[in-house]
Design a protein around this ligand. Structure first.
Ligand code: CS2
Length: 494
C-alpha cells in the first residue's frame, strides 16, 4: 500500500519533527510572494519557529505568480510540507506548519489577499529579475514585461510592483493601515531598492488609481526594511520526495531539501509588528548593509565563479566542484580576494566565514546544480563580482580572481561547452547576449568588449580600466584556447 498523503499531522511517523503549535489555531498575517523552495526552507521555517515560541496570527498566505505546482502540492496538504535538512552526518525531517495555503497564478485573488486588514507584512522572494526595477535609475523598468503590463492597467495588476502599489492604494482608500514590505532576495540594500521601485511606480499610476498623493503616502508610511538571507537550497527532486516519505511515513509532493545552516539578518523596522523570528535564530540589527555585502561578495560571488567554471569543466554539482582540488583552490582564492575588499565587521572573522562557506559548498549530501546557479547572470554579476572588482581596483587589491570569474561567465555566454554541446543561458538578456556575440566565436578581445558594452551592466570604472580589460581578456583567451578544465589547472598554478 502506498503511504498516505501528508494531509494531517496525526499521520506522521515518529522520526519527523512536527510544529510545536496547532497550525489551524493561528490566522494569516503575512502574504509571501514567490512561494518556491527557498522561501519554504527559509522564511517559512523561521516563522514556524516563531509560532511555536510566541504564537500570534502570523501564518503565511503564499503566492505563486506563475506556476501552479506549489499550490497543487501544498493546498491538498493544508499547507504542510517536509523540510529535509541534509548534513554530512545525516538527514533530519521537520514538518512545517506556517503556510496556510497557496494562491497560484491568480492576480485578482492575490490583490484581495494583499488588501486583507489582517495582513501586516508582505515578504518576497521573486528572484533578482522578478521586480522590474532598473537598478541604475532606481526606478521601474518600463521594458520589463510585468511592469509594462501593469502600467497599462494599474487597477488589475499581475506583477510585483503593480500588485504592491494597487494594494497599498486600496488600503489607503479604505482607511486600512499599510503593510510592511520585506524583500528577501539577494539584492544590495534590497529594502531601499524595492522602496524606490514601489514609490516610483506609485508616482506613475497615482492619477489612474485616483489617489493623487499615493507616492508620498507610501514614502512616509510604508516601511521597507532590508535583510540578508542565507540558506543553500537546491531544487527538489524525486529523491527529495522519496527521502521525505521514508522519514515521515507520508507522501509529500511539497517536500524540499536544504542544508542545516541558515542565517537571516534583518533591519528591525516593523511598525506593523512581526513574528518573533529570533526564535528561529534571526538577528535583528540597525544596519544590514555590511552583512549583506559580506554575503553577496563572498558566498554569492564565489558561487557564481564556481558555477560558470565548474559547469564548463564538466561538474554537475557544487560538491563535485569542491572535490576537484584545482577548482577548490580557486574557490578559496576567490573567497580571500572577496574578503579583502570588505570592511571589517565587528564580531565576524571573514577568514573563518570563508572557510565555513567552503565547507558548506562541499556538503556531500546536497546536490546543488552548477547550472541552477549559473542562471540569470546579468542580474547577479553586478553585486556579486563587478562592484567587488571595482573596490579591488580602487584599493589596489588583486583583480585577477574577479577577472577570472567574469571571464568564466563570458565563456559561459557562448552557449556551447568545450565538447560542443549547446545549452540555454537562461538569462533574461539571453537574446541580446547572443546577438552581440554573433561572429565572435573565439576572439576573446571581441567577446569581452561586446559583453562589457551591454547597456547598464559593467561599471564605468571597469570598462575604462586597461588593467581590468587585460586580465579579463587573458583569462578568457586561456579558457577558449585550452578548454575550461585545463584553464582551471593553469590558473591555479599561476
Ligand atoms: C545561489 C544562491 O543560485 C544562486 O545564485 O548563489 O541561490 C545561494 O545558494 C543562496 O543565496 C544561498 O543563501
Amino acid at each position: 500500500m502506498s503511504a498516505p498523503r501528508l494531509t494531517d499531522l496525526s499521520l506522521l511517523h515518529g522520526a519527523a519533527l512536527r510544529p510545536g503549535y496547532e497550525p489551524a489555531a493561528h490566522g494569516v498575517g503575512i502574504v509571501h510572494i514567490g512561494a518556491g523552495a527557498f522561501h519554504r526552507a527559509h522564511q517559512a521555517a523561521y516563522t514556524d519557529a516563531a509560532l511555536a515560541h510566541a504564537g500570534g496570527d502570523w501564518r503565511i498566505a503564499g503566492i505563486s505568480l506563475r506556476s501552479r505546482d506549489v499550490a497543487e502540492a501544498l493546498n491538498l496538504q493544508h499547507g504542510l510540507y517536509t523540510l529535509l535538512e541534509r548534513g554530512a552526518d545525516g538527514t533530519t525531517a521537520r514538518v512545517i506548519g506556517s503556510i496556510a495555503h497557496i494562491l497560484a497564478d491568480d492576480p485578482a485573488a492575490t490583490l484581495e489577499a494583499l488588501c486583507d486588514p489582517a495582513v501586516k507584512l508582505v515578504t518576497l522572494t521573486v528572484t533578482e529579475k522578478g521586480y522590474g526595477i532598473d537598478r541604475t535609475a532606481r526606478a521601474p523598468d518600463r521594458t520589463h514585461t510585468a511592469v509594462a503590463a501593469d502600467l497599462a492597467n494599474p487597477a488589475a495588476p499581475s506583477g510585483v510592483l503593480g500588485l504592491l502599489v494597487a494594494a497599498l492604494s486600496r488600503r489607503r482608500k479604505a482607511g486600512t493601515a499599510p503593510f510592511t514590505v520585506l524583500c528577501c532576495d539577494n539584492l544590495p540594500e534590497n529594502g531601499a531598492l524595492l522602496r524606490d521601485g514601489v514609490v516610483g511606480f506609485a508616482r506613475l499610476v497615482a492619477p489612474a488609481l485616483a489617489v493623487p498623493d499615493l507616492a508620498e503616502w507610501i514614502g512616509e508610511h510604508v516601511a521597507f526594511p532590508s535583510c540578508m538571507v542565507d540558506r543553500i537550497t537546491p531544487a527538489a527532486t524525486p529523491d527529495t520526495r522519496a527521502e521525505a516519505e521514508r522519514l515521515t511515513g507520508c507522501t509529500d509532493l511539497g517536500a524540499i531539501e536544504t542544508e542545516p545552516f541558515h542565517q537571516w539578518v534583518i533591519e528591525d523596522h516593523f511598525p506593523t509588528g512581526r513574528p518573533q523570528w529570533e526564535a528561529g535564530g534571526a538577528l535583528f540589527v540597525p544596519d544590514v548593509t555590511p552583512y549583506e555585502r559580506m554575503k553577496l561578495t563572498m558566498l554569492n560571488g564565489s558561487h557564481s565563479m564556481l558555477a560558470y567554471a565548474g559547469f564548463l569543466a564538466g561538474h554537475r554539482y557544487v560538491r563535485e566542484v569542491m572535490a576537484d582540488p584545482d577548482l577548490a583552490l580557486l574557490v578559496r582564492r576567490h573567497l580571500a580576494a572577496a574578503a579583502a575588499v570588505l570592511p571589517a565587521l565587528e564580531g565576524i572573522d571573514l577568514g573563518a566565514y570563508g572557510e565555513a562557506l567552503a565547507e558548506r559548498f562541499a556538503n556531500p549530501a546536497i546536490a546543488h546544480e552548477t547550472y541552477q546557479i549559473a542562471m540569470d547572470g546579468t542580474e547577479k554579476l553586478p553585486q556579486r563580482l563587478l562592484h567587488p572588482a571595482v573596490s579591488a581596483l580602487k584599493a589596489g587589491q588583486p583583480l585577477r580572481p574577479f577577472a577570472f570569474a567574469v571571464a568564466a561567465w563570458m565563456r559561459y555566454c557562448l552557449g556551447e561547452s568545450d565538447g560542443g554541446a549547446s545549452y540555454a543561458l537562461r538569462d533574461p538578456r539571453e537574446a541580446e547576449i547572443r546577438a552581440v556575440l554573433t561572429g565572435h566565436a573565439r576572439d576573446a578581445g571581441a567577446i569581452s568588449l561586446a559583453l562589457q558594452a551591454l547597456p547598464g551592466l559593467f561599471p564605468e570604472a571597469l570598462r575604462t580600466s586597461p588593467l581590468w580589460r587585460a586580465e579579463v581578456e587573458d583569462a578568457l583567451a586561456g579558457m577558449i584556447a585550452n578548454g575550461m578544465a585545463e584553464a582551471v589547472v593553469r590558473e591555479r598554478s599561476r
